[in-house]
Design a protein around this ligand. Structure first.
Ligand SMILES: Nc1ncnc2c1ncn2[C@@H]1O[C@H](COP(=O)(O)OP(=O)(O)OP(=O)(O)O)[C@@H](O)[C@H]1O
Ligand SMILES: [Mg+2]
Length: 263
């Protein structure tokens, strides 16, 4: 089931991406509404990170196009923030936590200008939001995995973008921090910002997101959560793997969603 929206924030048309001739995304058509908090789910290797990278123009497309705010990405890059999957980042980079977060402002500052007071204020506020103020002068390499993840979130928050792509922001983050972060993301979407999050925990999907994208090389579903978080579509996305993840009927029950029978 694929629900399309008018005047989407993100529009992807017929996107195919191949690595060494093997398609990892196949004919993906997708639109996302403004102000939504979007979850992207699918098994390992489904192409979730690839979808975000292709939307950000970080990898070549075999076919298809992407428009963000109705424009080519080049024109709107400043309005977009990207938090990569943690494993893909080189954490030995010699910089303090505060410097890394201030770098989130560079799109605004311009490459050869120095950050100003307002930039440091935005960075400090973002660090406070992710509860890392006390680590502000630490070297980024000296933090724990979950703390590093929070630094990257702070960097994205400081950027004050309109569209956020976050690739597994909760990986390795403790429960209290996850809760704090999801509350920040909810506030952002209430302010009209669109937040797209790659997520693995099916137990929290309906609590966190209002729009859900289910991916497995092909786009299986995209739509309001109550329409697409169904046993059938989850089964199609995860195949036999779903039973390993959790018992589907229990999942439906705990999320208090009706299990739809095929009619
Ligand atoms: N640079 C690359 N070169 C070759 N193959 C790649 C490359 N990056 C990703 N792939 C392959 O593309 C497929 C999709 O990868 P991707 O990282 O998008 O999956 P994912 O859904 O994000 O998975 P995960 O849940 O593990 O993060 C995988 O089979 C992966 O092995
Ligand atoms: Mg990934």
């Amino acid at each position: 089931m694929i629900v399309n929206v008018e005047n989407p924030v993100l529009e992807i048309h017929d996107l195919t991406v191949t690595y060494s001739r093997k398609p990892v995304l196949w004919g993906v058509d997708l639109t996302l509404p403004k102000g939504s908090l979007v979850g992207i789910i699918g098994p390992n290797g489904a192409g979730k990170s690839t979808l975000i990278k292709a939307a950000m123009d970080l990898i070549p497309k075999s076919s298809g196009w992407v428009e963000i705010f109705g424009e080519d990405l080049k024109k709107v890059r400043k309005k977009i923030s990207y938090v990569p999957q943690r494993e893909s980042v080189d954490w030995d980079f010699p910089a303090s936590v505060r410097d890394v977060v201030v770098m989130g402002r560079y799109a605004d500052i311009g490459l050869f200008k120095r950050p100003r007071k307002a930039d440091y204020e935005a960075a400090d506020y973002a660090l406070k939001q992710v509860k890392l103020s006390e680590f502000s002068n630490r070297q980024i390499s000296q933090l724990s995995g979950g703390q590093q993840q929070r630094v990257f979130l702070a960097r994205a928050l400081a950027q004050q973008a309109d569209l956020y792509f976050m690739d597994e922001p909760f990986a390795g983050v403790d429960a209290a921090t996850e809760k704090a972060i999801i509350n920040i993301l909810k506030q952002m979407s209430e302010q009209g910002k669109t937040v797209v999050v790659v997520h693995h925990d099916l137990q929290t999907v309906t609590k966190y997101f209002d729009w859900l994208v289910q991916l497995n090389t092909r786009l299986v579903a995209s739509g309001p959560i109550e329409q697409v978080f169904t046993q059938e579509l989850l089964q199609e996305t995860y195949g036999g793997k779903l039973t390993l993840l959790s018992d589907v009927s229990t999942l439906m029950h705990t999320q208090q969603l009706p299990v739809r029978d095929k009619t």
